[in-house]
Design a protein around this ligand. Structure first.
Ligand SMILES: *[C@@H]1O[C@H](CO)[C@@H](O)[C@H](O)[C@H]1NC(C)=O
Ligand SMILES: *[C@@H]1O[C@H](CO)[C@@H](O)[C@H](O)[C@H]1NC(C)=O
Ligand SMILES: *[C@@H]1O[C@H](CO)[C@@H](O)[C@H](O)[C@H]1NC(C)=O
Ligand SMILES: [Fe+2]
Length: 456
């Protein structure tokens, strides 16, 4: 009797531990309110072996009486279920939403809270952190094992850290200095993760690790993402050697599109993927562009980042669909701005200015008065100092496996333009009001302000 009870208790513990939802993250979405802002929030999480998806939510911690059923996907056999549910049609007077995720049979997560997007086109103030290219942990905790001299090996550095920027983000959150986060591609560098265990399958475990590491941020504030080249595939030795088991399931931005849900459907963007989309928040129209596929000359339009012929990628829309959408989206935002609506248009995408030129969309940015374009890809910081818009900002110095000890590929503004540059580990913050966009770049190690500018 005793034995059976103990056994039952133990198996209960084990099954709970196994089923515990993890990697909880949210993003703006759902139908828009009268101001054009998202009235809801996508809630996403992972379980190891529970495919059903339930969110319980309410407006105080002790009343989670609303229930939503979501859906889940398993894109790689034996690597768990990725869940998505949409909390929708939150009224404008809702200030805080309390929620938990899980399943009635296996249990729920702890209770998290988030704020609904402001229901207005003006008179709103908010702050976000924007950056690209953040890796997972650092080279002390995940030492690279493949040969290194003094030179980086295939771009992989011996000594690097994303921990400083992660800690900076945590303290910005704790101090109430940011309302949400925009990560413009290269999320966790999971395709480089084999560096610390060259013969193991690390892609999914490291993605899981990254998502848990950022959960404090992502479960309590929208974490919006754009596709970067490091999202395109797994090209580690084991993913290539065991193509049927791994490689083919992880090519074509699969993990990126299955783990995250951005408001693409809502904005007429890339349908069921996160490759391009837009959304409004307070006085800003944000547009997330696709620098990786779906335009002539896009780097991953035929094959992924390693260009191994059978790891195919690209084609998220019909020919020309993305750029046609982009122009229409910018034109609508511009018309709204001219009619006294949202004051600012902010574009963001993974690759910097030279790619905007290759895409031939520089003219669109000028015509529709985009105020700023944020990018990453270069593992450093640069900003154009000219007063002409858009201002081009590369915020790629969050820290990653490929971030060198010195500047790499800077010079990303218009040719001949003056630039401010930095090769420090850094975290960017944008404070938005009706009067101005105030940008500052913070040194992730000592907290000092490296660069700041007001865009009015
Ligand atoms: C939310 O509102 C939209 C637009 O009014 C409607 O189509 C949709 O069914 C609503 N969703 C829910 C869950 O009530
Ligand atoms: C997340 O929050 C918990 C509880 O405050 C804290 O112990 C943990 O260190 C935080 N994680 C990170 C990565 O900052
Ligand atoms: C990549 O995924 C998209 C969206 O599912 C699909 O339309 C496209 O055909 C895929 N590309 C390749 C090369 O498989
Ligand atoms: Fe990149």
């Amino acid at each position: 009797m005793k034995f059976t009870t103990a056994l039952a208790a133990a198996s209960l513990l084990i099954s709970n531990a196994f089923a515990a939802p993890s990697q909880v993250h949210i993003s703006l979405g759902g139908s828009v309110d009268e101001s054009g802002a998202s009235s809801g929030m996508y809630v996403m999480w992972k379980t190891d072996d529970q495919p059903t998806s339930t969110v319980k939510y309410g407006f105080s911690e002790d009343d989670l009486s609303n229930t939503i059923t979501g859906s889940s996907k398993n894109y790689l056999n034996k690597h768990g279920y990725h869940h998505t549910a949409l909390i929708e049609n939150l009224s404008c007077d809702v200030s805080k939403v309390f929620y938990q995720v899980g399943d009635p049979a296996d249990g729920f997560s702890e209770i998290f809270t988030f704020k609904r997007a402001p229901c207005a086109k003006s008179n709103t103030k908010f702050s976000i952190s924007i950056f690209g290219d953040m890796g997972y942990l650092d080279s002390d905790l995940r030492p690279p094992k493949i040969p290194h001299g003094d030179e980086p090996y295939h771009g992989l550095n011996k000594v690097w850290s994303a921990t400083y920027s992660r800690n900076m983000l945590e303290s910005l959150k704790d101090n109430g200095e940011i309302d949400w986060v925009f990560h413009v591609g290269d999320i966790g560098y999971v395709d480089d993760s084999f560096a610390s265990a060259p013969l193991k399958f690390t892609y999914e475990p490291v993605y899981d690790g990254y998502m848990s590491w950022i959960q404090n941020l992502t479960s309590t504030m929208p974490y919006m993402v754009s596709p970067g080249n490091h999202e395109s595939e797994c090209h580690s030795p084991i993913c290539i050697a065991q193509e049927l088991k791994y490689g083919r399931h992880l090519r074509n931005f699969t993990a990126f599109n299955e783990r995250w849900t951005m408001p693409s459907k809502e904005s007429g963007g890339s349908r069921d993927t996160n490759m391009w989309y837009s959304f409004n928040y307070g006085s800003v129209h944000f547009v997330s562009i696709n620098t990786e596929t779906d335009w002539d000359g896009a780097e991953e339009q035929e094959t992924g980042d390693s260009h191994i012929p059978w790891l195919k990628a690209g084609g998220f829309g019909e020919d020309g669909e993305f750029l046609t959408w982009l122009e229409a989206d910018l034109a609508a935002a511009y018309a709204d701005k001219k009619a006294g609506g949202r004051k600012w248009i902010i574009a963001a995408g993974h690759r910097p200015y030279s790619t905007i030129q290759e895409m031939k969309i520089e003219g669109l940015f000028i015509k529709y008065e985009v105020d700023v374009y944020f990018a990453g890809h270069s593992h450093s910081y640069s900003r154009t100092t000219s007063t002409t818009k858009p201002v081009y900002i590369v915020a790629g110095g969050a820290g990653c496996d490929e971030m060198g000890p010195s500047k790499d590929d800077l010079l990303l503004g218009p040719v001949g333009g003056d630039l401010i540059e930095s090769d420090k580990y850094s975290t960017g913050v944008l404070d938005v009001s009706d009067e101005k966009l105030s940008w500052r770049l913070i040194d992730s190690i000592d907290g000092s302000v490296i660069d700041s500018v007001d865009i009015a």
